[in-house]
Design a binder for this molecule. Structure first.
Ligand SMILES: Nc1ncnc2c1ncn2[C@@H]1O[C@H](COP(=O)(O)OP(=O)(O)OP(=O)(O)O)[C@@H](O)[C@H]1O
Ligand SMILES: [Mg+2]
Length: 494
């Protein structure tokens, strides 16, 4: 069915012969040419048996580890891949469903392998086929990483270096791309799915994978060592507050306090550094929203997964190639106010939308929430202040601070600790102002007490002796003052 397919045999015959497969160290004495017994060869580091004749000419070299695919494997793959690309019509292939496309590729690859007389076992062939299908139909070498649910981030620094974050720790993988051109191709494929383009003239691009993972690409000439791709993997099963308690990110009494905060519709800001778990925590807090509330979420890339039935999800839009059509977070938040929301959730507050969010919080949209990049609750407040000032609002500092105090009830601080664990390190109340100064008080703090023999940090969540937080009346209004008192008391006992 593919127009170019009939050319396979001729092309394959005329192109250079496939590279020789590297033999494993001789386990048995070298057989004579007449000996028909199979001998061991290594393809991609794996040993298998092939007829002796095909390896007789190759000098034995030591076998390499399975993970580190041999140069020969990549060479063979490149040869077969190039022959395949010359043979198939990619446009037609794209019309097929993935299963039929895979079948079509399988047939052609098998044909190429036999024409080029590449010696491989069935298992080896299967592996190669899988790799090639990933290249042609999917995201190439990224596919096995994307399939894993234990990875939080994938970071590709040019074709040769791929890092992942697992359990809070960053590690180098043995995955690599053929070259920067292949990597760039895959970046392009990813961003084109959301109608964007990445190349030298527009080298920065945000996008999303079909599964919801957040993607950023920055390409040369801005990235000096090749295309740089960062993926925040979308977790299908989002962590719940119970999971966070189980992991020790917070203790049960701290979690109870968060429950009261959510259910008594406090306005909450979640503060933390990059990848500290802000969005995850925000998602956990949304569990306390009642099913009958109308909630509007505004995000740069939709990550939140609210379970309530009455949720409207909005997403910002970057400018198009002509620099037009941008919809900012501020546009979304302002539009929200005309949509009769009960709660507004802003994925990440980064700019002048801070002003509109505070106003919304202050004008009857109790229980609104957002995250913000800051290293402490105090810094979170000064960040809010500078976002408003830099947004061009000509307001005296004192007015801005009064506005912050009137709007924000609670700041929750998330932190990625040096051992890779993520913890909720503070629950802080915004109490009021004294003169120009904003007064806050911590309800819960986390203190590191030491380190165990494996390098894991030991520590504990503690109360601060506050028995009547300033959102007490609010909790009472929702019938939760008893729960709050008990949780605070429990926290004190720890
Ligand atoms: N308490 C936790 N324990 C273990 N893993 C967590 C915890 N919180 C978040 N994670 C994981 O850490 C990764 C980053 O979390 P998240 O996206 O919530 O961070 P973030 O602070 O919003 O990051 P960014 O600054 O990039 O927006 C995710 O894979 C998430 O599943
Ligand atoms: Mg986030």
């Amino acid at each position: 069915m593919f127009g170019k397919r009939s050319a396979t045999s001729e092309q394959a015959k005329t192109s250079a012969p496939a590279p020789r497969i590297e033999p494993a160290p001789a386990k048995t004495p070298a057989p004579s040419a007449a000996d028909p017994a199979p001998t061991a060869v290594t393809v991609g580091g794996r040993t298998q048996h092939v007829p002796t004749a095909s390896v007789a000419a190759a000098a034995p070299k030591p076998a390499r580890a399975v993970e580190a695919r041999s140069e020969d494997y990549y060479q063979i793959k490149t040869t077969i891949f190039n022959a395949l690309i010359d043979t198939i019509d990619l446009a037609q292939l794209a019309q097929l469903d993935p299963e039929s496309a895979r079948e079509e590729i399988r047939d052609i690859v098998n044909e190429i392998i036999s024409i080029k007389a590449v010696v491989m076992s069935i298992a080896e062939q299967e592996h190669l086929l899988q790799d090639i299908c990933n290249d042609v139909l999917g995201y190439g070498p990224l596919e096995p990483l994307l399939a894993r649910d234990d990875i939080a981030d994938i970071m590709v620094n040019g074709a040769g270096r791929v890092f992942i974050e697992v359990s809070g720790k960053v590690q180098l993988t043995n995955i690599r791309f053929r070259d920067n051109a292949q990597l760039m191709n895959i970046c392009q494929r990813i961003v084109s799915q959301v109608g964007r383009r990445v190349d030298e003239s527009s080298p920065i691009c945000d996008a999303r994978l079909l599964d919801g993972s957040r993607v950023n690409v920055i390409a040369p000439p801005l990235a000096l060592d090749g295309p740089t791709l960062t993926i925040r993997k979308f977790k299908k099963d989002k962590l719940k507050l119970d999971d966070l308690t189980r992991f020790g990110s917070i203790n049960p009494s701290g979690a109870r306090i968060l429950g009261v905060i959510g259910r008594s519709r406090c306005n909450v800001l979640i503060s933390g550094g990059t990848g500290s778990g802000k969005t995850t925590l925000l998602n956990c807090m949304t569990a306390y929203i009642e099913a009958d509330e109308r909630v509007i979420t505004c995000e740069d890339a939709a990550e939140l997964q609210l379970q309530q039935p009455h949720v409207v999800r909005l997403e910002t839009r970057p400018p198009n190639l002509e620099g037009q059509g941008q919809i900012t977070m501020r546009d979304l938040v302002r539009n929200c106010l005309r949509m009769r929301p009960e709660r507004i959730i802003v994925g990440e507050v980064r700019g002048p939308e801070a002003f509109d969010l505070l106003q919304a919080m202050n004008t009857g949209h109790d229980g609104s929430m957002g995250t913000l990049h800051a290293n402490s609750p105090r810094e979170a407040m000064s960040r809010l202040e500078s976002m408003i000032t830099m947004g061009g609002f000509q307001l005296p500092t004192r007015t801005i601070r009064e506005m912050i105090v009137a709007s924000i009830d609670i700041i929750i601080q998330a932190e990625r600790m040096r051992d890779g664990s993520r913890r909720i390190t503070k629950i802080t109340e915004v109490v009021g102002t004294e003169g120009d100064v904003v007064i806050t008080q911590d309800l819960m703090t986390y203190e590191v007490t030491g380190e165990d023999e494996t390098g894991k940090l030991k520590g504990k969540h503690m109360g601060t002796g506050i028995v009547r937080p300033s959102f007490w009346e609010r909790a009472r209004y929702y019938g939760l003052e008893r729960e709050l008192a008990e949780a605070l008391d429990e926290l004190q006992q720890h």
